[in-house]
Design a protein around this ligand. Structure first.
Ligand code: ZN
Length: 233
């Protein structure tokens, strides 16, 4: 669905799939933020066809982290020509699973070697479009948030650090804690960092849940930090 003129939701719970995937329209193509589960590929391709977007127009896939429900279709779009960006979770991404030390064996995705590994906060410029990367370890060691101005909107992509649910978008949740690299201490530091950044998004797009579009969307950061402090320690 179109969230804004240049912003699309192309997979996720709204389509009966696990893991939201988004597109931003740039000057000559598209940037994908997260890529859903591997078996969501048909849904993604159907949505691209509906919007008459060619797969080869997707120049980059920016992953919030390496879990299968976010990185699942990265390998496919890399084969179509997109560059894959990820944080420190590249090892998980390359294996396509959590490895022998994890008791979770049902998180599988086609292995993919990222083109760009993001290890520090920075501003990326892709097809003249600027997007800020914030390293927010906690949910996984390599968790990244992306923040960008899309036309007049300030959009924060939060992956599984937190996402918004509920009848009126007031339920804020933090993500799954089963990854071996999950760290409550790092999560706490990342929430503190995010809170202190003082950014003021008017759209918050999580890795799950609903798109939250509101002049008070920045309040979602406060709610998420509160939720973390009350429930995750
Ligand atoms: Zn995750």
């Amino acid at each position: 669905m179109k969230i804004r003129d240049k912003l699309y939701l192309i997979s996720g719970g709204s389509y009966g799939e696990l893991g939201n995937a988004y597109l931003i329209k740039t000057k000559n193509g598209y940037i994908m933020i997260d890529s859903s589960k591997p078996d969501a590929l048909t849904t993604i391709r159907n949505n691209l066809a509906y919007w008459k977007i060619k797969e080869k127009e997707i120049s980059a896939v920016l992953l919030t982290h390496g879990h299968d429900d976010h990185a699942g279709c990265a390998a496919y779009f890399q084969n179509q020509g997109a560059k894959i960006y990820v944080g420190a979770d590249n090892e998980t991404l390359q294996k396509g699973n959590f490895g022998p030390n994890s008791p979770f064996t049902n998180h599988m995705a086609p292995p993919c070697v990222a083109d760009v590994i993001l290890k520090e906060d920075q501003i990326l410029t892709i097809d003249s479009f600027q997007i800020t990367v914030y390293c927010m370890p906690g949910h996984t060691d390599g968790t990244l948030l992306y923040y960008a101005k899309v036309d007049d909107d300030r959009v924060l992509f939060t992956g599984d650090m937190f996402f918004i649910e509920g009848e009126t978008g007031t339920d804020v949740k933090t993500g799954w804690k089963g990854d071996l690299s999950y760290s409550v201490e790092k999560s706490g530091m990342s929430f503190q960092k995010l809170w202190n950044l003082g950014i003021e998004p008017n759209i918050v797009l999580g890795g799950h849940g609903i798109p939250f579009i509101n002049k008070n969307a920045k309040e979602a950061i406060r709610s998420a930090y509160k939720y973390f402090l009350l429930n995750n320690r």
